[in-house]
Design a binder for this molecule. Structure first.
Ligand SMILES: [Zn+2]
Length: 181
């Protein structure tokens, strides 16, 4: 399936639900991770959460190192938990494959520690500070709890962002595009 058809775009109730923990890492989970990585690279995103492809389970994929010619360094996080989110808040211009055509300024804690299982079932710990990974971890894990980037905005900012989003969609914005030329 092409990435355009696979990605769930807002507004959609599947982006607003608490996702179920994964109990068994089986071939279904492995093929979901593979499909999500393919979509993420195709759309040139740095992360993707399972509800964004309509699967309401706690799985995210992230690659903050990939930029076309650079090598791939994918992380697959199963049942990720934010152990700490602290440090001074930083504003970062975020995009989301489920909101094609827009970026929004979101403030988040600058330091984060996350624990998650990998595809082998090993418990991994990720720590990030003041970088894209710190933002990406929080953005993607939010998706597993029905929270998207616009939920972090003030009501006024959200209205403006949704207006921009509707205009972008009307102009044909597709997942992975953060502005429409
Ligand atoms: Zn997103």
């Amino acid at each position: 399936m092409s990435v355009d058809k696979d990605i769930v775009c807002a507004p959609d109730d599947r982006l607003k639900v608490e996702c179920a923990p994964i109990e068994k890492i089986d071939s279904k989970v492995r093929s979901l991770a593979k499909r999500m990585l393919k979509d993420m690279y195709e759309a040139e995103g740095c992360g993707l959460a399972a509800p964004q492809v309509g699967e309401l389970v706690q799985l995210v994929v992230i690659d903050v190192d990939y930029s076309g010619s650079a090598g791939k360094n994918p992380y697959v996080l199963i049942n990720p938990k934010v152990i700490a989110a602290d440090g001074p808040e930083r504003a970062f211009s975020e995009g989301c494959l489920s909101y094609p055509g827009i970026t929004v300024e979101v403030k988040r804690p600058s330091h984060v520690i996350v624990q998650a299982q990998n595809l082998d079932g090993d418990l991994m710990q990720y720590e990030a500070q003041d970088n894209l990974l710190a933002v990406c971890l929080q953005h993607e894990i939010d998706h597993l709890h029905g929270v998207t980037m616009v939920d972090h905005l003030t009501p006024g900012e959200r209205v403006a962002a949704m207006r921009d989003y509707q205009e972008a969609v009307a102009l044909g914005a597709r997942p992975g595009e953060t502005s429409v030329e």
